[in-house]
Design a protein around this ligand. Structure first.
Ligand code: BGC
Length: 841
């Protein structure tokens, strides 16, 4: 079995099998445009609501629908009424280092989009892992621009081959969340070009996205929704991007500056700086109608490509699109191929800790809150609502033989907020008019009611007065239960006829998404008896502001926690379960509060007492396997005290099944780190993301991620590119020319495996004397290969010109830096196996 897929910055348009029909579309767009008056044109540049553009029946234009992105297609509902397949998180996808797999993810997402009537997916997110503190780190791919660009290009190709537009985001510099709406990121030309713009550039060149989303933040003094130099100059002018730009949600602030800056679509609606204000600006002569026309052309082209414009076929005809894809199996495959085995040592001098030998197991301890309440995705706009998730506990139960006993213990609950009411509750939400009339009723899987973009049928912003979350609760335990109410507005909680809370909750934080996702919480206690059902009603009257203009949005929640269990006792129970088991599997991770959109992390510690939990479990059982369930790096201070550490990232809805596949050895963990894992935050190249006087200085220049670690005296916990798998690889030969390298590797283990061959370029001392300071080495290409035991296989990996080039400090071009370079074939940036020299003249 041999197979390989090489990837370098030039692997490109060859993959395009779908004709883009550009001439036909251009003609149709011109016809449509000619039939529009100014007022209709400006309406088309503005959302009509949270996710859609207006239809214009007179020109055969249907309403174009957009949706987040990137792990699934949420659709127009922000709730579980219309579930979506939830794929593993972007860091997991990037950890596969496999653009072809990203492309297959894209095919599935396009299928999901079509099912939900979505034309444009607001994804992928290709900002960089500049600092591990970034709140949306989990939603971006990597610290390296080449890896990010390749995965992003595969993803875009897949989505668009499925006939759905991809909107690559956030252009550019949205690498952290703190003050994201206003921060001015000061980025010099070299890092801007060599790092932050590079993934966008590669995706535009090789996958031709139909849309790009401009970021909230500023870059070098101009906000990205008005950044003429980068949008009109670089994206369109230099790179030839022919698609549509869309603002990040609510980011467009100034009619004339946005239009001049190259922004086509202001989202969401109905009130934006486009629409009527834009028509008015044309009429008073502040902008020329021809500039409006250009933006409308690009919106119409997007509509034509996605099949929303009558009289011209969509870019991909419906019979060309990949279909019949099983979302669950794609989710499971990506999850196991993204798992990164960081460490796998022998236990008591015998076998390595993983894979487990199921036949030899009698009792398995499964420990950790996240082992039972699976945390499958990160928070914010990346949220989707899967129909069902497989937790690690369920995945292991299903995979282990029936006679293997599983002992579960939560150990240490790291969540600081009270979890949404679920177990023992049967709830529904009743939407009520001012006169008490029932407008709509929905079943609620848990105690969280969220609407963003579209109210349930029959409900409007005008007729809605209150929402009641109501139903029965049958407690499992007798004692003092904690209930929590959260929301922005008036809340009234009744339990068994008694009013336990009646008051207002005020919004918290400045970021709109933070307020929506994590509204302020108030706690009350209720003495309840096991098995005795009580009626529970939480009545919510949204703040007036929420019912005024703007898109439909409301959020409130009922939380519940069973009678206080003593944390010490919980850890004690976990230790006992571990001591009596053949193996202890501890799932640790971040919580909904730590990794989400709208805020950055303050540190990289595992929340709560999880570090202590791991240490005490490991002391009780030498065969302890730690599974890290987080989208971004966390500190693992106990890592040398346990024989195995496996990253599952945010593994998507089939995460537990994939985890069992990997732990029990049905499949190897195929991932390699797309980003360096620091031992301590303080060692990382960029340790603050907090602006000073509104500015965030990218002072480290091009030295982020491994580029920075290589000039530091501190060693990371695990380097970029690291990941073990279950077989061994020998690097046999490396042949190189200035254009490409050929690497031969042999699977020296006793089972089939997959290897990610990484090619680094390291300039020698002999490089051109006037060369600017460069990293010690950088990733220049990679390939995924497969081979059976004992087999060898070869990969040819292109070395593109750009790999040897630096951007001029004045930003006036790329310069190929002459000299002698080492070409290194490696298993990680630290584990370099073969070296050759190449001279660039
Ligand atoms: C996010 C975008 C997202 C948009 C719509 C914004 O807050 O930054 O990534 O696509 O919301 O949900």
């Amino acid at each position: 079995m041999t197979d390989h897929h090489p990837h370098g910055p030039t692997a490109d348009a060859a993959h395009h099998h779908a004709p883009l029909r550009t001439p036909e579309h251009t003609a149709a767009v011109e016809r449509a445009l000619a039939a529009l008056d100014l007022d209709t044109k400006v309406r088309l540049l503005s959302g009509q609501d949270m996710w859609t553009l207006p239809a214009v029946p007179a020109i055969g234009l249907r309403s174009l629908v957009m949706s987040d992105g990137p792990v699934g297609v949420r659709g127009q509902e922000w709730n579980a009424q219309d579930p979506s397949v939830a794929l593993p998180g972007p860091t997991a996808l990037a950890a596969t280092w496999d653009p072809e797999l990203a492309r297959r993810a894209g095919h599935l997402l396009a299928q999901e989009a079509r099912r939900k009537g979505v034309h444009v997916l607001l994804a992928p997110t290709v900002n960089l892992h500049r600092s591990p503190l970034g709140g949306r780190h989990f939603e971006c791919y990597a610290e390296d621009p080449l890896l990010t660009g390749e995965i992003g290009a595969g993803y875009v190709r897949g989505v668009q081959e499925g006939g759905v537009g991809a909107s690559v985001k956030h252009f550019v510099g949205n690498d952290a969340e703190t003050d994201r709406l206003t921060v001015d990121n000061r980025i010099a030309p070299r890092p801007l070009r060599e790092l932050y713009l590079a993934p966008f550039e590669h995706i535009v060149a090789s996958a031709r996205p139909w849309a790009v989303m401009t970021a909230y933040n500023q870059v070098n003094g101009a906000t990205m929704t008005e950044h003429r130099a980068l949008v009109q100059g670089v994206l369109r002018g230099e790179w030839g991007f022919d698609g549509c730009t869309v603002s990040d949600w609510t980011a467009a602030r100034d009619t004339v500056r946005a239009l001049r800056g190259g922004l086509d679509l202001a989202m969401p609606g109905p009130r934006t700086v486009y629409g009527a204000p834009l028509a008015e600006a044309v009429r008073r002569g502040a902008v020329d109608e021809s500039e409006v026309d250009d933006a409308v052309r690009r919106v119409l082209l997007l509509a034509a490509r996605t099949g929303c414009l009558d009289g011209v076929p969509a870019a991909v005809s419906p019979d060309e699109v990949p279909r019949g894809i099983d979302g669950r199996s794609v989710a499971r495959e990506i999850a196991r191929r993204g798992c990164v085995l960081l460490r796998n040592e022998p236990v008591d001098g015998a076998r390595r800790a993983l894979p487990l030998d199921a036949a030899a197991l009698r009792r398995v301890a499964v420990i950790g809150t996240a082992a039972r309440e699976a945390r499958v995705l990160g928070g914010g706009s990346a949220t989707v609502f899967p129909e069902a998730v497989v937790s690690p506990l369920e995945g292991l139960r299903a995979a282990l033989p029936d006679d293997v006993e599983i002992a579960f213990a939560a150990g240490a609950d790291p969540r600081s907020r009270v979890p949404h009411a679920r177990e023992g509750f049967t709830l529904r939400a009743r939407y009520l008019a001012a006169d008490g009339q029932l407008l709509a009723e929905t079943a609620q899987p848990d105690g969280r009611v969220q609407v963003l973009g579209r109210f349930p049928e029959g409900v409007t912003r005008e007729n809605l007065r209150a929402v009641e979350l109501t139903g029965g609760f049958t407690p499992r335990h007798t004692g003092r239960h904690t209930l929590a109410v959260a929301g922005t507005g008036e809340l009234r909680l009744t339990v068994g006829g008694a009013v336990l809370f009646d008051g207002r909750c005020a919004p918290q934080g400045g970021d709109p998404f933070e307020g929506f996702l994590h509204p302020a919480e108030q706690r009350v206690a209720a003495q309840l008896t096991a098995g005795e059902q009580v009626e529970v009603t939480l009545r919510f009257v949204p703040d007036g502001a929420d019912r005024g203009e703007g898109p439909a949005a409301l959020t409130f929640a009922l939380g519940h926690r069973a009678p206080d269990t003593d944390a010490e006792a919980e850890i004690g129970a976990a230790v006992r379960a571990a001591a009596g088991a053949d193996v202890a599997i501890v799932v640790v991770g971040t919580t909904e509060e730590t990794e989400s959109e709208g805020a950055d992390r303050a540190d990289l510690r595992l929340p709560g007492r999880q570090d202590e939990l791991v240490r005490r479990v490991a002391a009780a059982n030498p065969h302890t396997v730690v599974v890290v369930n987080s989208g971004s790096p966390v500190e693992l201070p106990w890592r040398e005290q346990v024989p195995a550490v496996l990253l599952s990232w945010f593994p998507g809805q089939e995460g537990g099944a994939a985890l069992a596949d990997v732990l029990l050895g049905a499949h190897e963990p195929g991932g390699r780190l797309p980003t360096t894992w620091p031992a301590r935050l303080d060692d990382a190249p960029v340790t603050t993301v907090t602006p000073t006087d509104g500015q965030l200085d990218y002072a480290e220049g091009v030295f982020i991620g491994y580029r920075g670690w290589q000039r530091s005296t501190a060693a990371p916990a695990y380097p970029f590119g690291h990941g073990l798998g279950y077989t061994d690889w020998e690097y046999e030969s490396l042949d190189t020319t200035p254009d490409s390298v050929r690497v031969r590797v042999r699977n020296a283990g006793d089972r089939p495996g997959r290897e990610v061959i990484q090619i680094y370029l390291a300039p020698t001392a002999d490089a051109a004397p006037d060369a600017p300071e460069r990293p010690a080495r950088w990733l220049a290409g990679f390939a995924v290969v497969e081979a059976g035991p004992g087999e060898s296989t070869e990969a040819e990996i292109p070395l593109p010109d750009r790999a040897f080039a630096v951007r001029d400090a004045e930003d006036d071009g790329w310069h190929r830096v002459k000299g002698v370079y080492l070409v290194e074939a490696a298993r990680s940036v630290e584990d370099r196996r073969l070296t050759a020299e190449v001279t660039v003249g």
